[in-house]
Design a protein around this ligand. Structure first.
Ligand code: CDP
Length: 245
């Protein structure tokens, strides 16, 4: 990731913790790219909550379970010993482990893309994932990414952002990202997967994908990630959470 941090000072946060910025939005809208750049520029951690649900989907499938079965998905969620560690290549991205097994690449496989929204609509799975996410946010100084972070996991966040973009643009971004990582997927299949996930994510009864009423909504079709990061930083500074100097 390029361009680190203008110098800044944190101003007093409302609670006895560092600031929390949430970024929610549909699949492949750029949350991960923007979230990592923003976190790096602020010296914050980046918590990608999608990885929790992806890990549950992977564990369910690997155990031979049905991702649509609450019992199978919950058993998989409970079996996980998920942890994140810095990437030894020195890149900003973290690597994900289940116990000692590195599952980073498997978490973004087409099979997980296909099954993750099924396990994430199961209330018991969401309940099991809530506390680990809140624990990861406890000290603040975090940019947290997902679908329900500003609405359910952390409605008290200091700034809530909702990113949006057209399905065409999102499919193009995801296709490019997967290709750069050696994946070979057809763009039409990617678009179909994004649309299917969006449908399940926004129609589920618990914690559906939606913008928090007080979210800053940014449409990113014609913005570079750098422009989105600058817009979010301005909003953070306007709330007095950082002072740009
Ligand atoms: O990177 P992308 O936006 O495609 O997906 P992700 O953020 O890794 O999330 C994968 C899936 O996990 C989503 O489609 C949701 O079904 C689920 N998810 C969720 O339900 N709640 C969250 N806070 C994060 C992800």
């Amino acid at each position: 990731m390029g361009g680190v941090a203008q110098r800044q000072t944190f101003m007093s946060a409302p609670a006895a913790r560092g600031p929390i910025v949430t970024i929610d939005g549909p699949a492949a809208v750029g949350k991960t790219t923007v979230g990592r750049m923003l976190a790096e520029s602020l010296g914050f951690l980046c918590l990608d909550s999608g990885l929790f649900y992806r890990a549950v989907a992977l564990a369910t499938v690997r155990a031979g379970g049905d991702p649509d079965s609450a019992d199978d998905a919950l058993a998989a969620a409970q079996s996980l010993r998920l942890r994140f560690a810095p990437d030894p290549s020195g890149q900003f991205a973290a690597r994900a482990f289940d116990g000692n097994r590195d599952i980073s690449e498997a978490l973004v496989s087409p099979e997980v893309d296909r099954t993750v929204s099924l396990v994430s609509r199961i209330p018991a799975v969401r309940a099991a994932m809530l506390e680990p996410q809140r624990e990861a946010l406890r000290e603040g100084g975090v940019v947290a990414l997902g679908r329900d972070i500003g609405t359910v996991v952390c409605p008290e966040a200091d700034l809530k952002v909702y990113l949006d973009a057209s399905p065409e643009m999102r499919a193009q971004r995801r296709w490019k990202e997967r290709r750069e990582n050696g994946g070979q997927m057809d763009i039409a299949a990617i678009r179909e997967n994004l649309m299917a996930r969006d449908r399940i994510d926004s129609q589920r009864s618990i914690a559906p994908l939606r913008a928090a009423p007080d979210a800053l909504v940014i449409s990113t079709d014609s913005c570079t990630p750098g422009e989105v990061v600058r817009a979010i930083r301005s909003a953070i500074a306007a709330r007095g959470l950082i002072r740009e100097c």
